[in-house]
Structures are given as structure tokens and as C-alpha cells.
Ligand binder design. Sequence first.
Ligand SMILES: Nc1ncnc2c1ncn2[C@@H]1O[C@H](COP(=O)(O)OP(=O)(O)OP(=O)(O)O)[C@@H](O)[C@H]1O
Length: 326
Amino acid sequence: MHPSDTAGPGGTASAATSTDHAIDASGITKDYGKGDVLHGIDYRVPTGTVSALLGPNGAGKTTLIEILEGHRGRTSGRLSVLGLDPGDRRDFARLRTRMSVVLQQTVLEPGLSVRDILRRHASYHPDPVGLDEILDQVDLTAKRSALVKSLSGGQLRRLDLALALTGRPELLFLDEPTTGLDPVSRRRIRALVSGLRDSGTTVVLTSHDLAEVQELADRVDVIRDGAFLATGTPDELVRSSSAFTVVEFADPGVAADRLPDGANLVNGRVRIHTDDQDTVVRDVQAWAEREKATISGLTIVPPTLDDAYLAMLDAGAQKTTSGKAE
Ligand SMILES: Nc1ncnc2c1ncn2[C@@H]1O[C@H](COP(=O)(O)OP(=O)(O)OP(=O)(O)O)[C@@H](O)[C@H]1O
């Protein structure tokens, strides 16, 4: 889509030049006509990093990403993407050669071969990645002569990615890049994204696969109801969340009322949730000595980004609920 709806205050804001941040947005609002769905978003993405944008359905992710891509106008706020303003028609045209977008679904001509579609796309760019190299990167070498209409869903997604990478974009927007891919392709695409970042490409990722986000993202922004709830590295978000570490060991066969404080028996294992694993492990050892119980198969599983994200949304929901009640 061309930025036909980019008129408005956003379209006239001047773009600051910024080399250390591929994206530098402040005070972005969006009103589709029924009130703001983005409430003054400040969003900065350092150059050469992978940033993930997370949030529940309707949070405003697509709206924000489309504004950053120049496919949607903002109501107000300042925005610089690669030093240009995507809301400005001329800047948008310049940005198109420097950034790429991989959507979940793209319509490609079904009667063209993979090779022909990639060659044609390469002709739009001054310094395209070579055909063999790009096919290898997305693992489609064996399909170079296949027609688009004969490709599987996963192969189409990889072709989309190849098209996006052909022009060596400085900034890449990826929407659920590995959804629908088999585990081997998924691993390969993740390695490809890491490699892009290592070579200086900035990647903005939206994904509901939080294990993938935890593996790939240098930073994560969580948006809810049009405002950021949290920002940080995956580790920072996990550490600052109220999600628990789980300490577990095999059921030593003691009576339920003699288990350690706060412990539950789950599927033949004693399970304790804690935010202080060292104390729990010490307490469990002391308990075992007292009870003459044998501890075996002890595991300590720290919270994941998935756990932290759910705890964060839960806490946000509780805040909203208590706010309404007051
Ligand atoms: N074209 C539109 N016209 C009017 N309202 C819209 C339009 N697009 C989105 N909205 C509203 O803006 C809000 C944010 O929607 P948006 O699609 O940005 O959320 P999202 O986080 O991408 O959600 P999802 O994960 O479901 O795709 C929602 O309340 C939605 O109903």
C-alpha cells in the first residue's frame, strides 16, 4: 500500500537524522476516528539490532509498524526512519530502496518461477544479492525452477524473505518470520536473521513465538492498549517480571502434609515456585535432612520470556481492573 493516508500533522513533521538509531519516534499518536489507539508512543531502535514488538491482539502493533513503514499516516508525533520521514511522500520513495517488509502473506504471480521472480526483483536494486547466494540463504536452491504456484506455504514464506533481502536492506520488518516453517527451516531462518544483525542490518520483529524472540531479540518492547508496558533486553524483562523460577525434585514419598513449605506434588514431582532459588534450595536441603528424605532429580527452571510476558500482561490487567473499580 502506498502512503495515501499519510496526510496530516505527522506528514509534515521534520525528520531528525540519526545514524545510531534506525528508528527514532516520539509522541506518536493515531486516531482512526474513534479516539487514539496509540497514545504518544516513544520508540527508538538502535542501528544493527534485532528489536521485537510484542503485545496482545488489538494492542496497536500493526498500526505502529505500518506508521514506521510509511504505509499508514500518524495523527501526531515525530518520526525518523533511517534519517527520513516515512510520512513524507518523497522520503517514503527513498526509504523503499533501503528497507524491506516481510508480511505474513504476500501475493506473488503464480505462473512465474522462483528464479524469474528473484531476477526481476534484483533488477530493481543497484547492488542486489546474487541469485545463487540468496537461494542458498533461504534454502530454496532446489526450487529455483519451480513455479510459485507449486510452492508449499513454508517455501513461499522463504521466497518472500529472499525477495526482501535481495536489495540488501538496511532495515527489515519481519512479521512472524518462522510461522508455518518446519523446525529445520525455522532454525535456518533464525540463523539468517542473527547473521543479518551481525552484518549491521536493523531488524524489527513481531512474533507470538516468545522462545524465538528470546533467542533473537536484543531488545523487546511490550505494547498494550496503545502504550508501552515494558522495554528491555529479554533477560531484563524476565528479571524484572513477577514470573517465578520453578524448583522441582522427584517425590521422595513423604506424606503430603510433610512436604517443604509452599511445595505441591505435581505428576510425581515436588514443585516449588520462587523468586529466590538459592534460599529455596538451601531450605529443601535442610528439610531433607530433617525428614531423612532423599532428594533426586533436582531441577531449577528459570522463568522464560513467555512466563514474564504473561505475568506482565496479568499485572497490567489487574492494574486496569483495580483502576476501573476505584
Ligand atoms: N483501519 C482501522 N480502522 C479503525 N480502527 C482500526 C483500524 N486498524 C486497527 N484499528 C484499531 O486499532 C487498534 C489497534 O489495532 P492493531 O491492528 O494495530 O493491533 P495489533 O496489536 O496489531 O493486533 P493483532 O495482534 O490482533 O494484529 C484496535 O482497537 C483496532 O480495532
